[in-house]
Design a protein around this ligand. Sequence first.
Ligand code: CDP
Ligand code: MG
Length: 751
Amino acid sequence: DIAVLSRKGSQLVKDYREQKERIKAQKKEWELAGTKIGDILGIKQKEEDEPLKEGDDSHKKAQQFSGHMMGDKSEAVSSFATSKTIKEQRQFLPIYACRDELLGILRENSVMIIVGETGSGKTTQLTQYLLEDGYGDYGMIGCTQPRRVAAVSVAKRVSEERGCKLGDEVGYAIRFEDCTTKETIIKYMTDGILLRESLREPDLDGYSVVVMDEAHERSLNTDVLFGLLRDVVARRNDLKLIVTSATMDAEKFSMFFGNVPIYKIAGRTFPVDILFTKNPCEDYVEASVKQTIQIHLQPTPGDILIFMPGQEEIEVTCGAIGDRLEEVDGAPPLAILPIYSQLPSDLQAKIFQKAPDGVRKVIVATNIAETSLTVDGIIFVIDGGYCKLKVFNPRIGMDALQVFPISQANANQRSGRAGRTGPGQAWRMYTENCYRSELLATTVPEIQRTNLATVVLLLKSLGVSDLLSFHFMDPPPQDNILTSMYQLWVLGAFDNVGNLSVLGRQMVEFPMDPAMSKLVLVACEMGCSEEVLVIVSMLSVPAIFYRPKGREEESDAAREKFQVPESDHLSLLHVYQQWKNKGYSSTWCNTYFIHYKAMKKVREVHSQLLEIMEKQKLEVTSCGNKWDIVRKCICSAYFHQAARLKGIGEYVNARTGMPCHLHPTSALYGMGYSSDYVVYHELIMTSKEFMQCVTSVEAEWLAELGPMFYSIKESVHSIEEGKAKAAERRKQMEQELAEAEEALEAERERR
Ligand code: CDP
Ligand code: MG
């Protein structure tokens, strides 16, 4: 036993020494890499290895920075954030050495592309440099993010760096949450917000600079903004546009804006060992958990970052790591921290906090930690190999979040997270062969895989009459555009030649998907807008009820108290009304297993919607207790998502015959109340296709409100007939569209 132990012991010491040697070697290499700071691609074509000339400023700066890292590694890694002042931290970032050069280029060009590794300081520093350079004097400095979480956390960080209150000089805006004031100069926002702002101000007059951050993500809204901003920059010569990317797709961006300069911020990364599994692993969660425990039980310090596709997998992983660790005697402490977009923001902030001395952190994240958020001190990355993507699912006729293998580009970004503060390791839970032959090189841009209804509606109202020839960097498949136009026509937003109807024009004003906007507008006509606004607000906040472990029955019983047997929508309304009657109390929420924070958010959304109603001069009226009107109203916006009863809890889609099920948490489930027809808010696919948020409707309503799909003599025959009719109408519309297109084409040629 003694022999074995000592061999183990010496092995650990050996590993430790080797590790130290490696770090030393890396530091040297890093020092060398540091001298490359300031190197510009596309403007000054410098040879990769060409030594910098004497007197070159960036060289001096680089040396100065390397100095910071020459101390002990542990100091550089773990106490860096606490031991340096904010000013020192800012000056330490790779982007700092390029500050003046960057500003110089921007003075000469109205558009530029900036490429830099994640963590080089693009998001937090650029806006501040622009402010310091005077761009804030005649307009706002806007910075767009594809993710809400990133917009909020970055704005917080920058306001701290500037020593101001969040919302004053530095603020943020995300959907239903505007944290800016008249004083705000640096404004972080989601790309969706800027897109909507362009509705009011097509030339974005309020801004002197727009930074389109994280462009490599290629989010749907960013892609649309690209097309719009390209024209805005051409019209306004006082507007500057900066596009940033963490990857090498910069050439493409540059070409798109007319061959604009690309500036590359030289990164300071350490090498990362990439380790694949030998055999394909059956369960990537299990494999990741095992790997985490293994890493944690060895003495090398450094935090761990695990990539998982979504909230559920993250929760499972966090739980499993905790359980496994309990089984190990004398295991060192480990702080297990989840991060995903729906996590409450105070918990999100935890990942940035330093763990107590001697405690290792393990962060379990979605691909939000790939490029949008940077956590210092990560040495180990565990890559599960999957992510969640929104894709249009033709089976259910709408977008669904589905788990997909990541792309090679994702994999490399993930691995890169391990090499920011020291040499790292990336453990990939898939084989090398899988990486090479099965993963796509890059992810398909969102615009090419999702439903475009919201975007099409927006572009139409911006006066883009000819959608098929809008300047997209990567155009969506024509079929997708046509399908979206068809859906908008079904909802009444378009007339038969694809022009925006009055209803369509009003729908654009609400920052929601077209069906929800229509719900609100129809409610105004039917005199139940007060009720519907509450329902819509409740629907925009996920998870109102919670179901704690060990108290499942109790919480289910509480939920049932609020259920209105014929409708989940009305049940939501009921909850809100009760809460309002109790003075919006938090104790009331706790009693009934209702998330107080979620309800507060609902209230905020509700008041924002009221503001829009007021601006649009739409009346808020109540139908009192005549809730049947509300059901009919819901039917008029969701008739395209109707289902017919087949058995207990079993339905089939009224148009396609595809089976779909009531969710066990639905008010209609097992209440002895069965409705022949229902409409649903959305379909989620887990073990089965479940309808989420269901309301029973009358057959006559479907026929009255959705005549293109349903007629009243419903029989086996007429389903087929209905389908044929719908196909015919669709064909007719497409033909009319094609004719309109041709006319446009002829018009263009004539011009
Ligand atoms: O945008 P980019 O990835 O180039 O870097 P960044 O987000 O500006 O991050 C620069 C530095 O700020 C990193 O070292 C982050 O760790 C730090 N940061 C932070 O401490 N807290 C935040 N909420 C955001 C960034
Ligand atoms: Mg960034």
